[in-house]
Design a protein around this ligand. Sequence first.
Ligand code: NAD
Length: 271
Amino acid sequence: MSYQLEDVRPMFELRKRNYIVTGGAQGIGFAVTRAICEMGGNVAVMDIQAQPVDPEFNRLSEKFGVKTLYIQTDVTKEQDLNAGFAKALETLGSIDGLVPAAGIAIDKPFIEQTWEEFTRIQEINVRGTFFITQLATKQMLKQGTGGSIVLIASQSAHIGLPGYRMAAYNASKGGVLMLSKALAVELAPHNIRVNTISPGFVDSEMTKKVRDMKSQREGEQMWMAPPMQRLSTQNDLTGAVVYLLSDAARFTTAADIPITGGLHVGTIDGL
Ligand code: NAD
């Protein structure tokens, strides 16, 4: 062996690095924001809501000794997105990583999904992800420092489960998954890595809204469907995102990590 083995712990550090998280006012985006801060990274959150829903956001900076910034931004509006990104960059000074977590979903029969609903889902989930990623990539290329981008796909990018009526959402997450693969290949020579996580059903406002579109029995079946027989928590996802952002994943690009309790290969009923 002509090389020394390295310690692993420092590879997971995000200290003094700068990140943007969209959709970080609550839910998965907020959980990811907190995790990055805990690992020493500075984070600018861009979200359509006027202020962070989780009051812990305002304590992250002091608690973890990092910089945080909240910018109200609608990722579907070009000017808003550009202005939000510029503000984030002005405060952080550089961008090392990105997690576009802003997203919406609906659960309703395919033949009832409207033009407006379909369009809104694609605008937020696909177009918003595409253009914030483009802005971050331009900056990373300018810096010449590489970077790590973690897109939030979904089990819905891989499978259409019986009983779930999320065609427009599935289409959007399939788009996000393929976007990550195309970008991973195009940006690899610049040491910009692009990976995805594909969560199953995660306890969040989005999931509550989807559950409200179902009967109680359907909702319970949804939680119990994974072989591990429970709903995912936001904490189930954060370690994977930190890993993909960090140097521990420095030779990993175009990867997708399913975080489904096994649902991506089968349900508890063997369906
Ligand atoms: P959530 O509803 O709790 O959070 C979504 C966030 O996105 C909110 O803070 C919301 O304000 C923000 N947002 C919505 N529209 C926006 C816009 N136009 N501009 C800026 N911000 C906007 O949902 P979540 O469950 O935390 O979902 C986060 C991501 O994870 C989404 O991309 C979702 O598709 C994905 N995901 C969720 C699940 C799940 O089961 N909850 C599973 C797989 C993937």
